[in-house]
Design a protein around this ligand. Structure first.
Ligand SMILES: Cc1ncc(COP(=O)(O)O)c(C=O)c1O
Length: 411
């Protein structure tokens, strides 16, 4: 396939104009939106407005004047349509790790006759670390993390765990878990489910209400483009809200924080899941970035995401790069999210050599080269160019150079 043929796909792309809403450095091909989404122009302008006008000039009055205080609820409601949640079940706050701690404790509180948290060994480490931490805190008899392989989940559910804790899109391989089917199976065993949607939200059509998911969490700095460290979200199905007790019962989750009562009385709605003061600057960036999703159908994003990954694979196949890289993602597009992972013993060096050619991917230890495909800003021509760069890096053997193999704290 030649570049001219690929460029024609861009002329027919209904999402092509969305790219204009982003600041993408000239000549860079950004295949890492699954790790840190790029800056939107709306967020760039909002940053100046919030810092200079609101914080700078209007100071503390902004909590009321610009409704900073309700930002966690309002931003949560902007995320709600992206996860298939009706009003009143989504809130933006804290990190995924902290939110998982809260929700695991809530789920164990609801299913109080049981103690087991079932998850997979390959789950994202923070999800498992948080469950381990809760186990240490509550004791093994009250909370016990049970880890299995993916194929063992169904059988293990028959042991009736309290909670099933899974990540919808595997962070390494991009493999999708069957969220609807597993949720049903969990419920058939009286098990509550918590889904981590970090690598799915913003690129995959999610229907949490329809699938009767109990709880969910997700990152906002990946495909939602909220900016480095932007706060996460959490979802709690309507019927559970009243039964949940937030274990980090800070003043922002109180029913009336500014009465400064001595005793904690939880808010009745989603605000009960708040703990401390919201990070307004960061949340304002996310609020602005979410504007890009207002006028689009997530199904259209999914269609383009599949087209991008399929094109990437077919060009790599054609140009011979796949002779040296082993695909670790599912080969069927329907079984993977918006990313592709390849193993190579010099995966780290290849990632650095690609960056020197302005193609940004990332590396996951011990040997995975990971490419993320954000349909909002990627062009099909970018795919062609990045595949050419991959082929050149492999052919030239540049990845062996010491400069491309220096240890980095963040990969
Ligand atoms: C699946 C998944 N969950 C959680 C996190 C981290 O969440 P946080 O840093 O917000 O606690 C990540 C980060 O990449 C992730 O990929």
């Amino acid at each position: 396939m030649d570049l001219e043929t690929v460029k024609k796909l861009d002329t027919k792309d209904p999402l092509a104009k969305k790219r204009e809403e982003f600041f993408i450095p000239k000549d860079k091909i950004y295949l890492d939106g699954n790790s840190l989404g790029p800056l939107t122009l709306v967020a760039k302008h909002r940053a100046i407005e919030v810092v200079e006008k609101q914080w700078g000039h209007e100071l503390i009055a902004s909590w009321n004047l610009h409704n900073w205080i309700d930002m966690p609820i309002n931003v949560g409601e902007k995320i709600a349509p992206l996860i298939g949640a009706k009003e009143g079940q989504t809130i933006c706050c804290d990190s995924v790790s902290i939110n998982l701690f809260k929700l695991l404790a809530c789920a164990l509180g609801i299913n109080s006759e049981r103690e087991s948290i079932l998850s997979t060994r390959e789950n994202f480490p923070t999800d498992l670390y948080i469950a381990e931490g809760l186990q240490r805190l509550l004791g093994d008899g009250r909370c016990h993390l049970d880890l299995v392989e993916k194929y063992e989940l169904e059988a293990r559910l028959k042991t009736k765990p309290a909670v099933l804790l899974l990540t919808h899109t595997d962070f390494r391989t991009g493999e999708l878990f069957e969220i609807e089917r597993l949720t049903k199976q969990a419920h058939a065993n009286g098990t509550l489910v918590i889904w981590d949607l970090s690598h799915s939200v913003g690129v995959f059509p999610l229907e949490l209400d329809k699938w009767e998911v109990d709880f969910a969490v997700g990152c906002s700095y990946k495909f939602l483009n909220g900016g480095p460290g932007s706060p996460a979200f959490l979802y709690v199905a309507d019927q559970h809200i009243r039964n949940c007790e937030n274990p980090i019962s800070g003043w922002m989750g109180h029913k009336s924080p500014f009465t400064f009562e001595q005793k904690y009385k939880a808010h009745q709605g989603m605000a009960k899941f708040l703990s401390g003061t919201p990070p307004i600057l960061s949340m304002a960036m996310l609020d602005a970035a979410l504007e890009s999703f207002k006028d689009i159908d997530i199904k259209a994003l999914r269609i383009k995401s599949i087209q991008l990954t399929e094109l990437f694979l077919s060009i790599l196949q054609e140009n011979g790069a796949l002779d040296q890289l082993r695909l670790c993602s599912p080969s069927s597009a329907n079984s993977r999210g918006s990313q592709l992972a390849f193993s190579h013993k010099n995966g780290f060096g290849i990632c650095q050599a690609l960056a020197a050619k302005e193609v940004i991917a990332d590396f996951r230890s011990p040997n995975l080269l990971r490419f993320g495909f954000s349909p909002l800003h990627l062009r099909f021509a970018d795919i062609w160019q990045s595949c050419t760069a991959v082929k050149e890096v492999l052919e030239e053997g540049m990845y062996l150079l010491p400069d491309f193999n220096k240890h980095l704290k963040v990969t």
